[in-house]
Design a protein around this ligand. Structure first.
Ligand code: GLU
Length: 443
């Protein structure tokens, strides 16, 4: 038996975390069983389905690396559903029902399923045995007309026609399953797929994550510069974890180790802070070339990512950011790395250490630091070597007294990295220029 799973989104909104996790679990299960993964766009609701949402789903799956083996669109399959509806009517499992329209636009006629009103039992791979008496469901609607089937019917017909072996989907569909099983039986399906209803994603306040509440579209994470591998890794751990509690896992690792019986029953919380933590871990592991290419769309034009200046910013950026989209704010006009772009004019008095604001002292310290920095050769001009050169003097004279004027001289900003890091980024020549300028301001 070849395992076949699917992801069956309705294109009625942007593709967000909840749907993504469902798609991911179905994908992983298919891959680990060397099976097939199908994407099926469930667009029978003509009013709410939009092409732009379908595009957004396809685009997001591509970005995240979840490739599917086949793609279907329910709006292309009306003829198939029509045959099934007709067959159900002919066999007495469905009937044309006369309705009393209550509102404008209501139908005078729909097609209803003849509910046998019985107990349905199925074994859910995650929830265990589920029992449901279908009596209260009545004769539910399966189509508005032969050409207009609705959700339950198309969902079942497709899963049947496509040979689905496992239906892995959100827990919100568990209450639909009994109706759907009745339809499988009525169409004479020999094999009813195995169901696995995965727990819902919750927002941090434990309420349901929804389009209106906390669910951010995947494409927005892409725009914010998150790495797709990070979303794969983080989302796989929402409701599942490997036996050994490792957290940083590639898709290959996950495919190897995933198992539906380790999926928890309770809701899983989507926590953006944790997602950022993952992204930070992944960024730390990128080599400089990878870092540069990911950063490139986010770096302002004045800082060419191929320049040595940018390369010298990489260690600090790595440490500061939890997604590449945070780079622009660091380099913005009021950002911590603004000084990289050029020195803003600053008042000479701001060079004085607030606890000992003496002009003469600041001047002497800057002159001494200038000498110490000058002694470092260009090819060993690193944050560490600058620190080593200046540290003893700063300790002896007072760290604030020595390092504050230096920090101000280099950046002209109150909020800036430590002066050794700033000097390294600026490079030896620019560092000496800026110290020289500060000395002039104080003289
Ligand atoms: N189209 C349904 C939805 O988007 C999914 C149905 C299913 O997975 O069975 O919620």
């Amino acid at each position: 038996m070849t395992v076949i799973t699917r992801f069956a989104p309705s294109p009625t909104g942007l593709f967000h975390a909840g749907s993504y996790r469902t798609a991911l679990f179905a994908y992983i299960f298919a891959k680990q069983n060397k099976g097939k993964f199908i994407l099926r766009i469930e667009d029978t609701d003509k009013e709410r389905s939009k092409k732009e949402y379908e595009d957004n789903i396809i685009d997001s799956l591509k970005w995240l690396g979840l490739d599917y083996d086949e793609l279907y669109r329910q709006s292309d399959r009306t003829d198939i559903y029509k045959k099934y509806i007709q067959k159900l009517i002919d066999s007495g499992h469905a009937f044309i029902s006369k309705e009393t329209p209550k509102e404008a636009g209501d139908r005078a006629e729909v097609i209803r399923f003849k509910n046998p009103k019985k107990k349905v039992i199925f074994n859910d791979l995650i929830r265990g045995q589920v029992e449901f008496d279908t009596t209260e469901l009545g004769d539910f609607v399966i189509a508005k007309s032969l050409e207009e089937p609705v959700f339950h019917l198309v969902n079942v017909v497709d899963d049947h026609e496509m040979g689905m072996t496992h239906i892995i989907r959100g827990e919100d569909h568990i209450s639909n399953t009994p109706r759907q099983i009745l339809i499988y039986e009525a169409i004479g399906a020999k094999n009813i797929p195995i169901f696995a209803h995965i727990p819902l994603l919750l927002a941090k306040d434990r309420s349901k994550l929804s389009k209106r509440h906390g669910a951010i579209p995947m494409t927005e994470y892409r725009e914010r510069g998150f790495l797709p591998e990070v979303l794969v890794n983080y989302m796989a751990l929402l409701g599942w974890h490997p036996a050994d509690d490792r957290e940083v896992l590639t898709l290959d690792d996950i495919v190897k180790e995933f198992s539906l019986d380790r999926v928890q029953k309770g809701g899983a919380i989507f926590d953006e802070e944790k997602l950022k933590w993952f992204d930070h871990q992944y960024i730390a592991k990128l080599n400089n070339d990878e870092f540069q290419s990911h950063a490139s769309p986010f770096v302002p034009e004045w800082l060419a990512t191929s320049s040595p200046l940018f390369k010298r910013c990489i260690p600090l950026l790595r440490e500061k950011i939890s997604s590449f989209g945070e780079i622009p704010q660091l380099l913005a006009d009021n950002g911590e790395l603004r000084f990289v772009h050029g020195l803003k004019d600053y008042a000479p008095l701001s060079l004085l250490w607030k606890k000992n604001p003496k002009r003469e002292a600041a001047l002497v310290h800057l002159q001494k630091v200038q000498e110490l920095v000058m002694a470092i050769p260009d090819d060993s001009f690193t944050a560490e070597s600058i620190k080593v050169a200046v540290w003893n003097y700063a300790e002896a004279e007072g760290k604030g007294d020595v390092l504050w004027p230096l920090r101000m001289a280099l950046t002209g900003q109150d909020k800036s990295p430590d002066p050794f890091t700033s000097a390294f980024i600026l490079g030896r020549e620019e560092t000496l220029n800026r110290i020289h300028l500060a000395i002039k301001k104080l003289s």
